[in-house]
Design a protein around this ligand. Structure first.
Ligand code: FO1
Length: 312
């Protein structure tokens, strides 16, 4: 079975881990948001790619959601002593990823580097950036237009979001791997992971040609709700939905994806809402991924659900 998963950071990485565990090697392509990418301390940081790489290789810090387990922070402490910028924390071991990526970007694409990092970390599936071209997400807020990490980490998502902007997106192309996966004749399933629909998935959908490719999809598309019982499992999705005047429920998320999806997966806690979801078929199951068994269970449910659709 050939599966393409669209993912952001933590929520996306968890379902990707489940899919990676149940699918034979090589059958999963995880296309990862690059709207959060930025340059910091002279280094190119690709936070969502790293979260997926670290999660699929079992190296991730599960409690924190980003970074490496057992990390040390000597670099940050030394930088603080020198009066450097410490609002964005780079762990000692994590630094190797950013330094090596930055060095290699002089002569290789982000796709090539990511594929090689994945192989070296023992990952047997394909991980690709959605684009090799920088197209950073900007957040228009009541405190002005902010670069993504300024909004997310420095200001801890406190400003009120008015809209998201992608000023460089018109010049960004889908990565070769994403374009190939979307048009592959043997693609069986597209999964929109339970990542933040606005911060993680909207930058992907905004890439030129992406909405068209999904509209003319050759395989069913299934999204998993990141909202459970009126709350986001992690992060500011619920806060942003409120600020954008949306219903903080899976119904609002399903409406946001509209005709781009055939199936929508909601949590048992929201089973009462199923009838309110218009358009896609829905599946009610446990979507709270607290451990590896939950992640595999949800991945299995999504793959089984996909068999109900016959688009080809
Ligand atoms: N998130 C934070 O909340 N604080 C940090 O200091 C931080 C550092 C960091 C370093 C490397 C990396 O790959 C990710 C990092 N993140 C941090 C996560 C990052 O902000 C992600 O963009 C968000 O988690 C959204 O996916």
């Amino acid at each position: 079975m050939s599966v393409l998963a669209l993912a952001g950071g933590v929520g996306g990485a968890k379902l990707a881990e489940g899919l990676a565990a149940i699918l034979p090697p090589g059958e999963l392509t995880v296309a990862v948001n690059t709207g959060d990418d930025f340059e910091h301390l002279g280094l190119r940081i690709s936070p969502d790619i790293d979260t997926v790489l670290y999660t699929l290789s079992g190296l991730n810090n599960q409690a924190q959601g980003w970074g490496l387990e057992g990390e040390t922070w000597n670099f940050m402490a030394a930088l603080e002593r020198l009066g450097g910028e410490t609002w964005f924390r780079l762990g000692d071991r994590d630094m190797a990823t950013h330094i090596e990526r930055t060095r290699r970007l002089k002569s290789e694409t982000l796709s090539e580097i990511t594929a090689d990092f994945a192989r070296r970390l023992g990952i047997t599936h394909t991980i690709i950036p959605v684009s090799d071209d920088p197209a950073p997400t900007m957040v228009a807020t009541d405190e002005g237009l902010l670069a993504f990490q300024d909004y997310f980490v420095r200001l801890q998502c406190r400003p009120r979001v008015e809209r998201l902007e992608f000023p460089r997106i018109a010049d960004a192309r889908m990565s070769p791997g994403l374009a190939a996966a979307l048009s592959a004749p043997d693609l069986d399933l597209i999964v929109i992971c339970p990542s933040n629909p606005f911060l993680s998935i909207l930058p992907i959908l905004s890439l030129p040609g992406m909405r068209e490719a999904l509209t003319n999809r050759r395989a069913p598309a299934i999204a998993v709700s990141p909202i459970i019982g009126g709350k986001a499992v992690k992060g500011p999705a619920a806060k942003i939905m409120t600020e954008l005047g949306m219903d903080v429920s899976p119904v609002g998320v399903a409406e946001f994806y509209g005709a781009l999806i055939d199936g929508f997966v909601i949590d048992d806690a929201d089973s009462g809402l199923a009838d309110a979801i218009e358009g896609p078929k829905f599946l009610v199951t446990n979507t709270l991924m607290l451990n590896a068994e939950d992640r595999r269970g949800l991945a299995r449910d999504v793959v089984t659900f996909a068999r109900e659709f016959a688009l080809k």
